[in-house]
Write a protein that binds this ligand. Structure first.
Ligand SMILES: [Zn+2]
Ligand SMILES: [Zn+2]
Length: 258
């Protein structure tokens, strides 16, 4: 069984056929899915969905794209949501995106720090988004510290040196569809250097489908393609290594396998 550690199943892209999407995921051996908020409203929707489905969990947080909308009331609501249900297992996604810069950089930095602090205070792991901002993200994490509950560098896109620094900070590394692309750049090297107990996989659906589905909507049923590629790079049997990565996620999120 696999754990999809990063999905956005409450997004409008899935509104028309979510039961079928979840059915295909389960049939493909995806035993757990984490649907991740990117705004206050999105975090509310993520939790509402997780409350309805036994194999879904939620993360609450404000994405760097939406950082400009993070008011005091927004942080308060995230905290309330996180403490309202055992289905909220992480704070995310949070971080820095200097590729699209949809919110000013100073605002992104402040909102990232505030949510790291929130995670620390409520004892939950963090899910970090980092695009074209590796130096700054590592600087913030180094200065503030990763919460004791740990965290994941999601959709890892850095090089071996960035990976080593993430591992030193105590983060897990999550691989998404790009590890299956012919131009996977540094990712094969990153998979090889990371210890087995520090790797997880994700779809980041509806975005970033693995190679055979590029250009289409991504969904959790495609996770086995990414997991198989990671296992292959690691030189490990696909099923056993997929299960190993699911165990890593379950341990981080404090979920008891059923
Ligand atoms: Zn992201
Ligand atoms: Zn995401």
């Amino acid at each position: 069984m696999l754990f999809d550690t990063h999905a956005h199943l409450h997004f409008p892209e899935f509104a028309g056929d979510l039961p079928a999407v979840l059915g295909r995921a389960r049939a493909a051996g995806v035993g757990w899915m984490l649907t991740i908020g990117t705004s206050v409203e999105g975090s509310q929707a993520a939790l509402a969905l997780a409350e309805r489905e036994p194999d879904l969990y939620a993360a609450v947080g404000i994405h760097p794209h939406d950082a400009s909308e993070a008011t005091e009331a927004a942080f308060e609501e995230l905290r309330r949501l996180a403490e309202s249900s055992e289905k909220v297992v992480a704070v995310g996604e949070i971080g820095l995106d200097f590729f699209r810069n949809l919110s000013p950089r100073e605002v992104q930095l402040e909102v990232f720090r505030r949510q790291l602090d929130l995670a620390r205070r409520i004892g939950k792991p963090v899910l970090v988004h980092c695009r074209e901002a590796h130096a700054e993200t590592l600087e913030v994490l180094g200065a503030e510290g990763v919460p004791a509950a740990g965290g994941i560098m999601h959709c890892f896109s850095g090089d071996a040196e960035v990976a080593r620094r993430c591992l030193d900070l105590g983060l897990l590394i999550s691989l998404a569809g790009p590890v299956t692309y012919p131009n996977a750049r540094n990712l094969p090297e990153v998979v090889k250097l990371a210890p087995e107990d520090r790797l997880v996989v994700e779809t980041d659906c509806p975005f970033l489908p693995p190679q055979p589905y590029r250009g289409k909507r991504n969904e959790p049923a495609y996770l086995p393609i990414t997991a198989a590629r990671v296992a292959e790079l690691k030189g490990r049997p696909v099923e056993a290594f997929g299960a190993r990565m699911a165990e890593n996620a379950l341990a981080l999120f404090g979920i008891r396998p059923t």
